[in-house]
Design a protein around this ligand. Structure first.
Ligand SMILES: Cc1cc2nc3c(=O)[nH]c(=O)nc-3n(C[C@H](O)[C@H](O)[C@H](O)COP(=O)(O)O)c2cc1C
Length: 202
């Protein structure tokens, strides 16, 4: 990679032995394999308030979170499946941020679940949130069902799941690099300045 690309991985579980944290770490390994500088953003390390839609953005711990996430060229969001969706702590953290941290960023999604259906509903929800924040959510994602079992050292499936997690990280890093290239920036500038209906009548 010619220029430095930073990929931040946001851990959406506060649990001590969290499988989400492990999944995000593995995805970040993939990003590092593609040449990116990686940063784990673990919500356990922040004393975050609940978003009340009013003035929380300027609180010191929120400013720190916004800096740590916002300085990434690409982001990996990790979530457990909680009652058919993503975790509340992740959503609260996202709500404490906004376009400044997400708009135009490449976003990769990884999720874990305790049950056999995986974290697909959580990831689907995050995909919608990524769109709302004008992020570029990559099609590749990793959902790890029964993470307590499938990510265990003696699991026959562990290597395949780890590969999938790493691939999300690799792709986020590569797309973030492409997206930051001078050609891409010029294309995006032209796109933003283009008339809304070229060739059409006023
Ligand atoms: C509040 C709560 C809700 C959960 N809901 C689901 C669920 O809907 N489906 C599922 O498969 N697992 C569910 N689980 C299990 C978690 O997905 C599983 O324990 C996962 O490993 C938690 O992530 P973590 O290890 O990163 O903390 C739930 C766990 C909790 C605490």
């Amino acid at each position: 990679m010619a220029q430095e690309i930073i990929i931040a991985g946001l851990v959406g579980s506060l649990r001590h032995e969290s499988h989400t944290r492990r999944a995000v770490r593995i995805a970040l390994e993939g990003a590092a394999e593609s040449g990116a500088v990686t940063r784990l953003v673990d919500l356990r390390d922040y004393e975050l308030p609940f978003c009340n839609g009013d003035r929380t953005a300027s609180l010191p711990e929120v400013v720190r979170l916004r800096h740590d996430v916002g300085s990434g060229n690409g982001l990996i969001l990790g979530t457990p499946e909680y009652h058919g969706g993503y975790s509340g702590v992740l959503k609260n953290a996202i709500d404490l941020m906004g376009f400044d941290e997400f708009e135009g960023k490449i976003l990769g999604l990884v999720g874990v679940s305790g049950g056999s259906m995986g974290a697909l509903q959580a990831l689907q929800g995050l995909r919608v949130i990524g769109r709302a924040l004008h992020a570029w959510v990559i099609p590749q994602q990793a959902s790890i069902p029964m993470a307590y079992q499938e990510l265990a050292q003696d699991s026959p499936a562990r290597e395949a799941y780890e590969q999938r997690l790493r691939e999300v990280g690799r792709q986020v890093a590569r797309f973030a690099a492409l997206h930051s290239s001078p050609e891409a920036i010029e294309f995006l500038r032209a796109w933003e300045e283009a008339p809304s209906n070229p060739g059409g009548e006023d």
